[in-house]
Write a protein that binds this ligand. Structure first.
Ligand code: AHR
Length: 886
C-alpha cells in the first residue's frame, strides 16, 4: 500500500472518499473503438493473472486452511515479545512464553470440568503448553470436558466424515474413555460421536472419525471432548478436519479452492505482504519453523493481531499452488521488519540471504541431490515445484534508512549466482542492480483507479525492469467490494492488460476475508474490500472477484491496439483531502477498454467498461482482418447501482451473464448497459494479403459506399484517447458524406444491380440472421437484397454526421411459416417516425415480393437509429440504405 502511513484512520478516509459518485455526462456522438486486430503490441504473459495471499482477515486460520478447531495448540495467548536484530540469532529457536493464569482462549469447560493452561506438561519444545483438564467431577449423569466453537462456528454438513485427532496424556488412574462429538451449540442435537480410550501417563496421539447422517448444513455448532469417568488429563493439538480439496491431509477448504480455481490463477504471491516481514525479526514468516509434522511447528504471532499455528506452512502453500496448477511467486524475508528494525547489507545480512537460498532449494531442489530437496521429500513431497520469480522483501519503501538498495543487491547477487534462471523482484526502486521486476502496490478508491487507468500507457519502456502489480484493489465496499469497486478494478485491469508488455504479473489484494465478525474486539476482518468472503459454512465472490474472473478467463496471447474516438467523459468529484476543503470536480473517461487476440484460434477479446449511470452505445470497428464471424459471445457483469454487491446471504446477486450475440462484423454497434463490465469474443480471420477487408471497405466507402466515418487519427501509438466526444463533421463541410447500404443477414458484402456495394450485416442490436439463397423475389432488380434477413432484432444504429438523410428500409416476406396477412405484424421507428403495426405481407401484396419504405430524417445527434417492436411474430428486415440529402 503506497501511502505514507499504515494507520487505519487513513484507510477509513480512503474508503469514505470512495463512496462519492460522479455525475454522468452523456456523449453527444457514438464512441468508436477501432481494434487493430492484425497488430500486436506485446505478447501476453501466460503468468499475468495471479493471486496474492497472507495471513490477514483469518485467511488461513478460519479460512482456506481446513482446520476447524480454533486455538488447537493453546498458544493464542502466547507472549511473543519482539527481539531486536542485534540480539537475535536467526538460526536459534526462541520459545514463547505463556500466561498460564489466563483461561484458554476459545475453549470452554463442559460439565464440572476445570481448565488450565499448563507449561509444566508440554507436548514438545514447539508446543510448550498444554490444556490441563480436571474432570474429577465427571460422572455418567454429568460428563465433564471441553468444547470449542471453531472460527465463529463449526460447519456440520450431512453425510460427511470429519477426522478428529489429538494428543493426550492422563494422570495416574485415568485411561478414559473420552467421547468426542459434534453438537449444536445449544446442546440439543448431536450430529456424530465416537469414543477413544487407552490414555496413559505418556503423550499419545489419538485419531477417530465422526460421520454425520442426513440433515441441513449448519454452522452454529461445537466440538466436544468429554469423559464420564473422573480423572485428570492433558490435551494438545486438538484437531478436526472436514474433507479437504483433493483430499489432502492437512489440506484446504474445497469451496474456497473452487472459487480460486474459477480465477484460473497462474501464480500465488506468498507468504505476504506484511506477513512475510512480521512486526519484529522473531515474528517474521520463518519458513523453517513452518515445515515438518504440524505438531512440531511452534507457530508465531502474526502481524495482523492473532496467532498463527503455521499449520499452513511453506509446503502447504506449494501444494495449494500445485492443486490449482499455479506456481509460487516467493517473497523472502529481506532483513527488514514492519516496525522498522533492519539489518544493513553485509555479513549480518548473510544468514538471511542463506535462509532465502535454502527456501528456494526446499521448493525447487532435487530430492536426491540437495539437502533441502531431500527435506521436502521427507516432508511428503518428492517432486520439486516450479519457480520463476523471487521477491526480496515487501514494501521496502517504508524503510526510510535507504538500506534496501544494499540489501537487495546482496540477495540479488546470491540468487542470480545460484539460480540464474530466476527473475528477481524489487519492492521499491533500486539503483544498485537492475531488478528484473518491480512490485508496485495501489490501494485506491474508484475515482482514483479510473483516473490512473492510462498510467502505464505513457510509462517509458527503455528500462529493462518490468512491473509486477503485486497488490492492488479499489477499496470501495466492506467487507468485500461493491460494484463501484468492481468498476474501478475493471478500469485498472484494462490498463494493466493493455500495457502487458510492461506489466507482466498482477494480483488483487487482500484475497480473503472471514465475514463472521466485522467489528469489535477480536474481529475477523483487519482490512476491508477483500476479493472473497466466507464464514464457517459458505463462501462467495465479490463483484471484483467476477471482474478478475472475466478478465482471466477471456484473453488471447497478444495485446492488440485499440484506437478510441469520441470517448464520453463523466464528472468526478475527487475525495476530500484529509485536511478538508472542497475538491474541484474533474472530467475523466466514462469508458475503459483493452483487446487481445488468440493467434491460434483467431479469437479477438474486447473488454469495455462503462462506468456511467446510463447505457452507452459503442461502435466497434475491426481493421486488419479478412472477416469477422457474425456470431460471437458477450459476457457482461452489470448492476443497477454501484452500491449493489454480493454477500454471504446473497452470494450471486451480481455475476456475469454470457449470451450469444450475432450481427457482428468488421463494424457494428453494441449498447453497453450502465455500470457494466463487458467482454466480447469475436472469431476473426486475419488478412494475410496485407490489404484487409476493413481497409478495402474503408477505401470503397471513401469513393462509393462508406460505413461509419473513418477514424480521424491514424497515429501508430497503441492507444489514443479522446477525452471529449469527436464532433461530427458539419453538414456541407468539405468532405462529402457518402451513402451507406447494409445487407441484413449476410456475412459478406454484395453488389446491387447498379453496382453499389452493400456492407455485410452490422449495426444491429439483437436478433438472428437467416439466408435463403434460392428464393425468387418479385418487384426488384436485385433479388439478392431479399435472400437473407435479420429477424427478432431490437434496433439498428449507425453514426453519421448531423444533417438530412433518406433512410430506405427493405422488406420481403420470405418465411414459409407466414401464410397470410396478420401473421407477422411489428412496429418500427426511424428517428422518431413511427410505423405502427407494419405487416410486410399486406404492404408487399403477398409473399416473396420486395417492399421498400422510404423515410426522410434529420439527424442532430450524430446517429441514425431504427427501433423494432414485435406484435405478432418477430420483426424482420432485409436491408437498410442511408442516403445523405443536400
Ligand atoms: O494487503 C494488505 C497489506 O497491504 C499487505 O500486507 C501489505 O503488503 C500492504 O501494506
Amino acid at each position: 500500500m503506497n501511502i505514507p502511513t499504515r494507520s487505519l484512520s487513513l484507510l477509513a478516509w480512503i474508503v469514505l472518499a470512495a463512496t462519492a459518485r460522479p455525475d454522468l455526462q452523456a456523449a453527444d456522438a457514438m464512441p468508436t473503438l477501432e481494434i487493430q486486430a492484425d497488430r500486436a503490441t506485446a505478447k501476453f504473459s501466460p503468468m499475468f493473472y495471479g493471486l496474492m495471499t497472507e495471513e490477514i482477515n483469518f485467511s488461513y486460520e478460519g479460512g482456506i486452511y481446513g482446520e476447524l478447531i480454533r486455538n488447537r495448540s493453546f498458544k493464542a495467548d502466547a507472549i511473543n515479545a519482539g527481539i531486536k536484530p542485534n540480539a537475535y540469532n536467526p538460526a536459534k529457536y526462541y520459545p514463547v512464553q505463556i500466561a498460564v493464569s489466563n483461561p484458554p482462549k476459545f475453549w470452554r469447560a463442559v460439565g464440572g470440568a476445570v481448565l488450565m493452561l499448563d507449561t509444566n506438561t508440554p507436548l514438545n519444545e514447539a508446543l510448550n503448553v498444554s490444556l490441563k483438564l480436571d474432570a474429577s467431577a465427571a460422572s455418567k449423569q454429568s460428563p465433564a470436558g471441553v468444547a470449542n466453537g471453531g472460527y465463529w462456528g463449526i460447519p456440520v454438513k450431512p453425510r460427511t466424515t470429519y477426522r478428529v485427532s489429538f494428543y493426550a496424556k492422563a494422570a495416574p488412574g485415568f485411561t478414559g474413555p473420552l467421547t468426542v462429538s459434534l453438537e449444536s451449540a445449544d446442546g440439543k442435537t448431536s450430529f456424530a460421536s465416537a469414543k477413544v480410550s487407552g490414555l496413559g501417563g505418556e503423550w499419545k496421539k489419538f485419531q477417530t472419525k465422526l460421520t454425520t447422517q442426513r440433515g441441513q448444513p449448519t454452522k452454529d455448532n461445537v466440538f466436544k471432548l468429554t469423559t464420564a469417568m473422573p480423572g485428570t488429563l492433558w490435551l494438545q493439538q486438538v484437531s478436526v478436519f472436514p474433507p479437504t480439496y483433493h483430499n489432502r491431509p492437512n489440506g484446504t477448504r474445497p469451496d474456497i479452492m473452487g472459487l480460486l480455481a474459477g480465477l484460473r490463477p497462474a501464480f500465488l504471491r506468498l507468504p505476504g505482504g506484511n506477513y512475510v516481514e512480521g512486526n519484529f525479526f522473531n515474528q517474521r514468516f520463518n519458513w523453517k519453523e513452518t515445515i515438518g509434522p504440524v505438531e512440531q511447528r511452534p507457530g508465531h504471532a502474526s502481524c495482523w493481531g492473532y496467532w498463527s499455528t503455521d499449520g499452513l506452512g511453506l509446503l502447504e502453500y506449494a501444494e495449494w499452488c500445485e492443486d490449482l496448477k499455479m506456481e509460487p511467486v516467493l517473497a523472502v524475508f529481506a532483513g527488514y521488519a514492519l516496525r522498522g528494525d533492519r539489518v544493513e547489507a553485509g555479513p549480518g545480512l548473510e544468514p538471511y540471504v542463506q535462509e532465502a537460498l535454502e527456501e528456494i532449494e526446499y521448493l525447487t531442489g532435487d530430492a536426491a541431490t540437495t539437502k533441502w530437496g531431500a527435506r521436502r521429500a521427507k516432508d511428503g513431497h518428492r517432486a520439486s515445484f516450479p519457480l520463476h520469480y523471487v521477491e526480496i522483501g515487501n514494501e521496502d519503501f517504508f524503510d526510510r534508512s535507504g538500506s534496501y538498495d544494499g540489501r537487495f543487491a546482496q540477495f540479488y547477487d546470491a540468487i542470480k549466482a545460484k539460480y540464474p534462471q530466476l527473475q528477481v523482484i524489487a519492492t521499491t526502486p533500486v539503483k544498485s542492480r537492475v531488478a528484473d521486476l518491480i512490485d508496485e502496490h495501489y490501494y485506491r478508491n474508484q475515482q482514483e483507479m479510473e483516473a490512473q487507468s492510462h498510467m502505464y500507457d505513457t510509462r517509458g519502456r527503455t528500462n529493462h525492469t518490468k512491473v509486477f502489480v503485486g497488490e492492488w484493489a479499489t477499496r470501495v465496499g466492506s467487507p468485500t467490494p461493491n460494484m463501484a469497486g468492481a468498476l474501478g478494478d475493471a478500469a485498472w485491469m484494462c490498463c494493466m492488460e493493455r500495457d502487458a508488455d510492461l506489466v507482466v504479473l498482477e494480483c488483487f489484494a487482500p484475497l480473503f476475508v472471514n465475514v463472521s465478525q466485522l467489528t469489535g474486539s477480536g474481529r475477523s476482518m483487519q482490512w476491508e474490500s477483500d476479493l472473497i468472503g466466507y464464514n464457517a459454512l459458505t463462501s462467495y465472490g465479490s463483484p471484483s472477484y467476477y471482474v478478475e474472473k472475466l478478465f482471466a478467463e477471456n484473453h488471447g496471447d497478444v495485446i492488440v491496439p485499440v484506437k478510441a474516438e469520441g470517448i464520453p467523459t463523466v464528472e468526478q468529484v475527487p475525495p476530500a483531502g484529509r485536511r478538508g476543503g472542497t475538491p474541484q470536480p474533474r472530467r475523466v473517461p466514462g469508458l475503459y477498454y483493452t483487446a487481445t487476440r488468440d493467434t491460434a484460434k483467431g479469437t479477438v477479446y474486447l473488454k469495455v467498461v462503462n462506468v456511467a449511470d446510463a447505457p452507452q452505445p459503442v461502435r466497434v470497428n475491426m481493421t486488419g482482418v479478412a472477416s469477422v464471424g457474425r456470431d460471437g459471445e458477450a459476457v457482461v457483469l452489470a448492476a443497477d447501482s454501484p452500491l449493489e454487491t454480493n454477500s454471504i446471504e446473497d452470494p450471486l446477486k451480481l455475476a456475469p451473464v454470457t449470451t450469444k450475440v450475432s450481427g457482428l462484423g468488421i463494424s457494428f454497434t453494441r449498447t453497453l448497459p450502465k455500470f457494466s463490465v463487458n467482454v466480447f469474443k469475436f472469431k476473426t480471420r486475419l488478412d494475410r494479403s496485407g490489404a484487409s477487408a476493413a481497409a478495402a471497405a474503408t477505401a470503397s466507402q471513401a469513393e462509393n459506399n462508406p460505413g461509419p466515418p473513418p477514424p480521424t487519427t491514424t497515429a501508430p501509438a497503441p492507444t489514443t484517447i479522446a477525452s471529449t466526444p469527436t464532433p461530427a463533421p458539419a453538414p456541407g463541410a468539405a468532405r462529402p458524406v457518402p451513402p451507406v447500404r447494409i445487407k441484413a443477414g449476410k456475412s459478406e458484402p454484395i453488389k446491387d444491380a447498379e453496382g453499389n456495394v452493400w456492407l455485410a450485416d452490422q449495426g444491429f442490436e439483437g436478433g438472428q440472421t437467416l439466408e435463403r439463397p434460392d428464393i425468387q423475389i418479385a418487384n426488384t432488380k436485385t433479388p439478392d437484397i431479399y435472400r437473407a434477413e435479420r429477424y427478432s432484432m431490437d434496433s439498428f444504429s449507425w453514426p453519421v454526421p448531423n444533417g438530412k438523410y433518406v433512410v430506405i428500409l427493405h422488406f420481403a416476406e420470405t418465411y414459409e411459416g407466414i401464410n397470410g396477412p396478420g401473421e407477422r405484424v411489428f412496429s418500427f421507428n426511424v428517428q422518431g417516425h413511427e410505423y405502427k403495426d407494419f405487416d410486410v405481407w399486406v404492404k408487399a401484396g403477398g409473399p416473396l415480393k420486395a417492399y421498400v419504405e422510404t423515410v426522410p430524417v434529420a439527424v442532430t445527434n450524430g446517429v441514425i437509429k431504427v427501433t423494432f417492436t414485435p406484435n405478432v411474430e418477430n420483426p424482420q428486415i432485409n436491408g437498410i440504405e442511408i442516403l445523405p440529402q443536400p
